[in-house]
Design a protein around this ligand. Sequence first.
Ligand code: GDP
Ligand code: MG
Length: 435
Amino acid sequence: MLLSELQNGEYGIVSKVRGRGAFRKRIIEMGFIRGKKVTVIKNAPLKDPIEYSIMGYEISLRRSEANLIEIITPEEAKELVKTSYNGTLSPHNDWELVRTGAKAGSKIVNVALVGNPNSGKTTLFNNASGSKEHVGNYGGVTVDSKMAHFKHKGYTFNITDLPGTYSLSAYTPEELYVRRFIHQQKPDVVINVVDASNIERNLYLTTQLIDMDIKVVVALNMYDELEAQGDIFRYNDLGKMIGIPFVPTVSSKGKGISELFDKVINLYADKDKTYRHVHINYGRQIEHAIEAIQTPIKDSDNQNINIHYSSRYLSIKLLEKDKQAHRITGKSGSYDEILAITNQQIERLEDIYNEDSEILITDAKYGFIAGALKETYTENKHKKRQNTQIIDAFVTHKLFGFPIFLLFMWISFYTTFKLGAYPMDSVLNSVKSAV
Ligand code: GDP
Ligand code: MG
């Protein structure tokens, strides 16, 4: 249950602090740490703030902040002890019972799979959860997601298979769905499923997840194909660079899945050494624009927005002329100012580069990816060439190319006239006989 739902005098044990980066950190720093007891001093209906006592301190939280904290009540704890230990555990006293229950309750991890279509999300989902979801593309079918539960190393995972997307703009229903899911459901960890044999395009989505400032681990899926190509990818180096752990997987064979969820546990428990929030550098001019838009968003009056969305993320989205970002910031009292600065910055950037601001951001993202891969990815120069590549090499060859072109043109004309002569003759004959 949420901390905000506890009434005067009631207590619970913190099981989870949701939300992203900075806000989550602030709440944890105030003492709302997993396993700590928190008691309500004063929670008046519809009144802000709420007063709590934790670790001997009295602390006021806004209702929106208390909504981010999950707690286990004594009643919930009793139930959890029953279901988690099947009656094999009998704690000595009530407090021990509550503690044990809360411990079990804090081992529930919500995970979402995000990635390009055909990167292997459903295969990974099936393999991890043991379910037999049909693998395939449902073109045109209503956007939806599948959820399953499974246990791994004492943790219970609620895993959601989200629709495949190449990006997180708001252009398609799938993209909107995935974005909303991340912002509203706030999964504890997002698994970004990446097709290792098509890394550059797949990482585009990863850069958008970085902007969102959420906990991400990359499942470097189809790793068998990367190995078959003979390419070398120093993914750990890239991971350190972008603050996201990478785990190679071959979902179709179940390889790496266990290691992947070990990583998820580490990330969830704030124990992963690779994970950190980085900023993608968009270059001096764009960075200047982001900062300018960020200033009014960061205003303390906008806490209800900032709690759910990174101000940097919103600024980038506003620069991309994203309707959703306008809808979100539209609720702010300083929207007029945000809008004015956004328009002014877009105009300035488009003047400098003579290019649409949305394209400027996309280019910068791909630039960032290219730079990162240059340092960490070595393509195999002696790849076995595929038949199509051999044909391509011939028909586009400097010397042979043109004669081959003429040959095909000749064949095309020859067959048109020679073969066309037969039906032509019969048509003429039948016309003649009719006359
Ligand atoms: P989704 O669109 O992301 O859900 O992708 P699917 O799970 O439907 O997988 C797309 C295709 O890739 C299927 O034919 C899978 O069998 C195949 N596939 C999934 N994971 C791997 C992998 O690790 N290696 C290889 N070679 N193929 C995989
Ligand atoms: Mg799928």
